[in-house]
Design a binder for this molecule. Structure first.
Ligand code: ZN
Length: 530
């Protein structure tokens, strides 16, 4: 047998949670071979990576990303696109929170494209179907692999636009048919973002109908719950009801209990999930290792304000009477709406990305309001100045809640990375090393092999990624080599793309995409699916 690559001298964490063991690992034709004990193995002509003192793990699978378009944007997205692979991620699952780049009825594609700006100075493309999405990525080489969920928000906008009303029976049938096509073609599951417009306009029955389609393919229903704050428990029960009625497996995205009214509630949500699992329900979650969240500034305004999409929101923000109505809605709340500001305050919302006004990045809306006036006006003027595209960081969680979710046996790791210019949340570039360094090694929250399992085998099982997330004979040759003594996140709020420490090498499809902690320039990634 001739090897293309030999990784010698390392300790293997195989992704199943089994204890570390000393094994050399070879790569031949893009697949792994475990080499007999008693090595060292003769390398022959193979390229050799010395892994002495390093852990050799399956490449990390990031189950929650928003990397749908970043590699399609050419040079503008290059540095952002590289952040995940530099921290060891060899597979990214995008299309989360109800937002994917497909599908849409042909006559809707142009309108969706216009309302999808992201501060890159151009439009984010929307594709009619999964095949067109895969084809576009085929022309945009990438360093790691990508697979996508089908976003309910995109599906809804792609059939009936950004309207605040129930879908008609015919529209729902069309949504189900588009979803069916995408899942048949290889998409990984169905996602919702039930706090975001237009996802929030969909009721439980609508999501049940769609989740039934996912269930037919044995693919999961993945949800950003309708509320992660004061009504998080009710929102979890809605998701459970959707799973029960549809028969789909349930995966709760970035599980958190955020805002002062929900702090400590993971003491109830996690035992509830454990109870459901004990009763036989297939339910899991993911989590990112930070007490701050990140989302769009427009989500701080009530759903009716966003009715009709971005242009409609901006139009309302220009009218003083409408703006006052929004101010009152934020103060008093709106039934069924997760009111982030009402649960925390404008002093807990800081600007992450505002392409035209970088000077406000890093400052809270309350600070910016300071002498100048009401924070609602500051937020409104900022949205107008940025044509609706402002990303924020919300200082909304408590450390004990984050740790409790991380330590749950059914929680895997998802960065929720948002690759936008400016000061994106550091989770984009720091999540996986931070779990290994800060939470596993330094705080002893769980052993290293469990941390690796949460990042690999558990994720591959959930999303049906065959022969991935595990180091064994015949598995895909996606690997990460890291130093267990030094591994740590480097990214900060001030400098969010600083690379991690201790991630020495990352192998994608048998080719080193990172060596000596540096990008090699290799682009072996592709779209994986089915
Ligand atoms: Zn989300």
């Amino acid at each position: 047998m001739s090897l293309d690559l030999l990784i010698s001298g390392g300790l293997v964490a195989d992704g199943t949670g089994a204890p570390l063991r000393r094994t050399d690992v070879g790569v031949t034709d893009g697949r792994l071979v475990l080499l007999p004990e008693g090595g060292p193995f003769e390398a022959g002509g193979a390229r050799v990576i010395d892994a002495t003192g390093l852990v050799v793990a399956p490449g990390f699978i990031d189950v929650h990303t928003h990397s749908d378009a970043v590699t399609l944007l050419g040079a503008a997205g290059k540095e952002l696109a590289a952040a995940p692979v530099r921290m060891g991620v060899t597979v990214e699952i995008c299309g989360n929170c109800g937002s994917s780049l497909f599908p849409a009825l042909p006559e809707r594609v142009a309108a969706l494209r216009r309302s999808s700006r992201a501060g890159f100075g151009g439009d984010i493309p929307i594709f009619q179907d999964y095949g067109a999405f895969v084809e576009a990525h085929g022309h945009a080489p990438r360093s790691n692999h990508l697979t996508s969920l089908v976003g309910h928000g995109t599906l809804r906008a792609g059939v009936l636009g950004y309207e605040d009303r129930p879908a008609t029976a015919a529209e729902l049938d069309t949504m189900c048919a588009l979803l069916d096509d995408a899942l048949a073609a290889g998409a990984a599951g169905l996602s919702t973002g039930l706090i975001y417009t237009p996802g929030t306009y969909g009721d439980t029955a609508e999501v049940v109908a769609l989740a039934r389609v996912a269930a037919r393919y044995g693919k999961p229903y993945v949800t950003h719950l309708r509320d992660e704050m004061s009504r998080v428990e009710e929102a979890l029960e809605e998701a459970v009801e959707i799973a029960r009625r549809s028969g789909a497996a349930l995966h709760v995205s970035h599980h958190k209990t955020a805002g002062k009214y929900a702090w400590g509630r993971t003491e109830r949500t996690l035992p509830r999930i454990a109870e459901l699992r004990a009763q036989g329900m297939d339910i899991t979650c993911d989590v990112y290792p930070y007490t701050e969240g990140s989302t769009s500034l427009s989500a701080m305004f009530p759903p009716w304000a966003n009715d009709g999409g971005t242009e409609a929101l901006l139009d309302r923000l220009r009218r003083p009477g409408e703006r006052d109505r929004m101010r009152r809605a934020i103060e008093d709340g709106v039934p069924g709406w997760e009111n982030t500001v009402g649960n925390g305050g404008w002093d807990r919302i800081s600007v992450a990305c505002a392409a035209n006004h970088p000077e406000v990045e890093g400052r809270t809306i309350a600070e910016l309001g300071g002498d100048l006036g009401d924070p609602v006006d500051i937020a409104a003027e900022l949205l107008l100045a940025e044509e609706g595209e402002v990303t924020i960081i919300s200082h909304s969680m408590r450390e004990d809640d984050v740790q409790r979710v991380l330590a749950s046996e059914f929680a895997m790791i998802g960065s929720d990375g948002v690759p936008k210019p400016g000061h994106p949340h550091p989770r984009l570039a720091g999540t996986f090393p931070r779990v290994l360094g800060r939470y596993s090694r330094d705080q002893g929250l769980f052993p290293l092999e469990s941390a690796v399992h949460k990042m690999t085998g558990m994720a591959a099982d959930r999303f049906g990624l065959k022969d991935r997330g595990v180091v064994r004979d015949g598995a895909h040759a996606d690997l990460v080599l890291f130093d267990p003594v030094t591994v740590a996140d480097g990214a900060t709020y001030a400098d969010p793309l600083l690379p991690p420490v201790g991630v020495e090498a990352v192998v994608v499809a048998g080719r080193p995409a990172v060596e000596h902690g540096t990008l090699t320039g290799e682009l072996p990634g592709r779209i994986i699916g089915l």
